[in-house]
Ligand binder design. Sequence first.
Ligand code: PLP
Length: 379
Amino acid sequence: MEKRNIPIGLPSMGVEEWEACREPIESGWITQGPKVKEFETNFALRHNVKHAFAVSNCTTALHLALVASGVEAGDEVIVPAFTWVSTANAVKYCHATPIFVDINIETFNIDMEKIAEKVTSKTKAIIPVHLFGLCADVAAIKRRFPNLKIVEDGACAAGSALNDIPAGGLGDIGCFSFHPRKSVTTGEGGMLTTNDDEIAVRLDRLRNHGASISEEQRHHGPKPYILSAFEMVGYNYRMTDIQGAIGVVQLKKLDSFIDERQKWADFYKEELKDVKWLKTPEVPEGYKHGWQSYVTYVDESIAPMKRNDIMELLQQKGISTRPGTHAVHMLEVYAKMYNIKPNDYPEAFKADQFSMSIPMHNKMVKEDYEYIVQALKAI
Ligand SMILES: Cc1ncc(COP(=O)(O)O)c(C=O)c1O
């Protein structure tokens, strides 16, 4: 087979996104305005939640979700040990302590059984992460810990669901990312979701300096010359209207993107079933996977090579791979801060060392998938 070059991710944007930018650019309203509002309304509808607020990225969404949940210095927040570093960083931004919990290697998500061991009188919130687009079992966490605030890290989970309830409406507050590695993107970007009216008011203000009304409301209101009231310390975590315009177009494509990825997930599963050293992801009953990425697990005890050598070999063939994500407790900053050893969270350690994300995105064609399968089988 002729060599192909297949990146690990690629945004699927075209002329519609390009054209959507025209309106905010021509109108001159390019900060948070009508396009952001439209994106929020459509996102809330698609995810079956009462409120959605666009922000600059998912990391700022996580920060605001914790602030709005009342997390402050001295509090503890439960986070999975295997996730992107932002999940823990957001806790640090609140001067609170991230308490790591190991994961279940079958789902790469937080291990329900191990949460209870880590909950103390200081625990204020828990951040289940819907890693790679597979929801964490938020319903079970809610039943077990009814007094904890649940902030969903749904960075990878636009369009995912658990028992027909979309991500973002499973806990108290949902946080999403529109980074280009996600299935729908606005370059950088994030979204907050909630069904709680009081939390909604706080999130809306917190992202806009703490102002009680948005600039758009002020400009179009009866007295545009009167500045807003400020009753809380807020942040500037706004999304631009150019991004909002792109988001409106991208969101319309979300379901077709996921359907296409589901089709190729089935293809990978079937075609790779005889590659015994490579474990492909399982989707438990009742879960709708969003397939932000397709993360496999290399069983080095039977694999012909080490994971990193496999990744190197695939790279030479033009196939980009990545570890699924990293074990945050092993990153120097957290390992030193809390004196943590890699094996304190053995499953997260294994996921860090042996997970391997293989390409899956909506710019790939049949020949790309066939080429990847063939390369893996040849190993
Ligand atoms: C699980 C998880 N949480 C948070 C983030 C941060 O998202 P953003 O880049 O939009 O800040 C990411 C990004 O990859 C992620 O994978």
